[in-house]
Design a protein around this ligand. Structure first.
Ligand SMILES: *Cc1c(COP(=O)(O)O)cnc(C)c1O
Length: 588
């Protein structure tokens, strides 16, 4: 019987201590969000889910690591949709004591000129096939702190840049000091995105140096700049493919929040003249930098010329995302797959009837979930297209609805249904409008075409979606999808991807075998002169390739399911990803 990682809670949390981890831990991984289990609301989306899959693979591999994140007591956002199709935002609190234990260590840092105390909670991730990994969740809700400071670790990505900067100070500076206070001797710090960039600055402050050293070496785009001990210690994984997406702070604000912390002129040399760009800071202070897919590394290199940007393509933790009955089938035919996922290459030999029967079971489970959450009853015999993304402009959730007349005509000949989910960040007004528009389209397409929006996309719902739909649709604007990981989860479960060529899909798409591409590489933007609008290609693929295959050649469809599992899962997993980080970044 397949064991889900979050079914395993390593003893009662209150009995856990940090002692067993101190002596051998060498690498600390910092992330603003980590999806540890569905009940712990310490993540918002892809970045956190990746970090969670990373912890689980580290546990499987027994890597000597500790993870650091924020406690986020009040979570990110619980989404409700009102009768007008508008997103209603609620806090999403969880109870830390159910899954973690407060440790005794406490450190302080100066924020706005006064002390703010930080305490870690310990949560332990336990692998059924490997070891245990400690995760420290930082908390400022202590009686020593004033009411405002007590809320710094409350809301993940809460409102306002000042709040964000304080959170990043707690994560980067507070996190580093906590590790030292607990007695860890860490050799490498892995910054998952720029949010923990202040950690590198805090390391820099500790090394005696000649300030001119920085000026002398940053000259041309930071190329020859090296402050060896900091460089040697820091590894930076960037996730943002566009200039506007990088975390930036006004130096006035920085000076106000972290007054007298460091000479601002020195920071400007490292993080940009006009504002503090956390990506640039991390780039300048890390000896190993990587993007999260081959194309993304190239895009980053164009954005920041002169830096050596490697590519380590993201993955997913296979045992977390495999539908349980499918995992049992993997166990029977490819023993050891969870630990040695390369063997998944043999999944193309899985018996088709079994694969199909298990898929239909997963689809029935999803249909039950959707009925429970929305009152809409989907039809198990009709192909089901899934689209679950953060609702934001670049993901283009409205692309499928560009021509409702055409959608209805396609449906008349080749019936299908659609399930959609996704939250918009509370500060993303256009993203919220997209949710409303989707609801309008749902009404316009009814009753012929069934499209259902399931509120509150989170990892539990994601597990049902990525195993229970037939087609996983993805329509980002290239090159905005740095990697994407939900399509990997889908392929692992025999769900076929239909996606724009961007991020990971550029590496994984074998047309008509692992799934299908929408548009061609390099000619996907909708306003492209020498191509058709991208939505035409989406409709053409659906009408001429995807839906006819489902309705008229089930055998070939099931063959493709086996191809998708074998060719995607054997490579796009966090086991391979972490082995690469270990060999290329941590052992550097
Ligand atoms: C996997 C996952 C994501 C990441 O999806 P993308 O493919 O990067 O859009 C986001 N949210 C949840 C809940 C997930 O499970």
């Amino acid at each position: 019987m397949h064991v889900l990682y979050h079914d395993v809670l390593a003893n009662p949390p209150s009995t856990q201590t940090i002692g067993p981890y101190l002596a051998h831990t060498r690498i600390a991984y910092f992330s603003m969000e980590i999806a540890l289990r569905p009940e712990m609301h310490t993540y918002s989306g892809g970045l956190g889910v990746l970090a969670g899959d990373t912890v689980r693979s580290c546990a499987d591999l027994g890597l000597p690591m500790v993870f650091v994140t924020l406690l986020s007591r009040r979570g990110y956002l619980r989404q409700e949709i009102d009768s007008e199709g508008r997103q209603i935002e609620h806090e999403d609190p969880w109870n830390p004591a159910d899954f973690a234990a407060p440790l005794r260590a406490k450190v302080a840092l100066l924020i706005e000129g006064h002390e703010v105390w930080v305490r870690p909670w310990l949560h332990v991730v336990s692998s059924p096939i490997g070891s245990r990994i400690p995760v420290l969740l930082l908390d400022t809700d202590l009686h020593e702190n004033n009411p405002e400071d007590r809320r710094i670790t409350d809301r993940l990505y809460g409102a306002g840049t000042e709040y964000r900067l304080k959170q990043e100070a707690i994560l980067g500076i507070g996190g580093l000091r906590i590790l030292q206070a607990l007695g860890f001797s860490v050799r490498k710090y892995h910054l998952n995105e720029g949010h923990a960039g202040l950690l590198a600055l805090d390391l820099l402050r500790r090394y005696p140096r000649n300030p001119n050293q920085i000026a002398n070496h940053t000259g041309s785009a930071g190329l020859k700049f090296r402050i060896t001990p900091v460089h040697d210690a820091c590894i930076f994984t960037t996730h943002t493919p566009v200039e506007a997406g990088h975390d930036r702070f006004d130096y006035g604000l920085f000076g106000h929040v972290l007054r007298d912390y460091i000479d601002i002129d020195q920071v400007k040399l490292l993080a940009g003249d006009d504002s503090l760009n956390m990506t640039r800071l991390a780039l300048n202070l890390s000896g190993f930098v990587n993007g999260v897919a081959t194309r993304h590394a190239l895009t980053t290199h164009r954005m920041f010329p002169g830096y050596d940007i490697r590519a380590i393509t993201n993955g997913v933790h296979l045992p977390t995302w495999a539908y349980p009955a499918l995992a049992d089938l993997f166990d029977a035919s490819m023993p050891g797959w969870a630990y040695e996922p390369d063997i998944m290459v043999r999944a193309d030999q899985l018996p088709g009837e079994k694969l199909w029967a298990i898929h239909q079971q997963a689809k029935a489970d999803l249909i039950a979930q959707v009925a429970r959450r929305t009152d809409v009853l989907l039809d198990i015999d009709k192909p089901l297209i899934g689209f679950a993304r953060r609702m934001t402009a670049y993901k283009r959730p409205e692309l499928l609805f560009s021509d409702l007349g055409r959608l209805k005509r396609i449906h008349a000949g080749l019936p299908f249904q659609v399930v959609i989910a996704g939250k918009a960040h509370p500060g993303d007004a256009p993203g919220k409008v997209l949710i409303q528009k989707i609801h309008q389209h749902i009404r316009e397409l009814a009753p012929e075409v069934t499209v259902v929006f399931v509120p509150n996309y989170e990892t539990d719902l994601a597990r049902h979606l990525v195993s229970g739909v037939d087609v996983w649709l993805n329509t980002p604007t290239p090159p905005m999808e740095a990697s994407g990981t939900s399509g990997m989860k889908a392929a692992l479960n025999g769900v076929l991807n239909l996606s724009v060529l961007d991020g990971w899909w550029l590496e994984a798409c074998v047309e008509g075998i692992t799934g299908w591409a929408i548009g061609r590489d390099g000619v996907t933007p909708p306003d492209e002169a020498h191509g058709e609008p991208i939505e035409n290609d989406l409709y053409n693929k659906l009408e001429n390739v995807v839906l006819p295959l489902y309705h008229h050649d089930r055998e070939r469809w099931i063959w493709m399911m086996g191809q998708a599992i074998s060719k995607v899962a054997c490579y796009f997993n966090t086991q391979r990803m972490m082995r690469r980080y270990a060999a290329e970044a941590y052992l550097r």
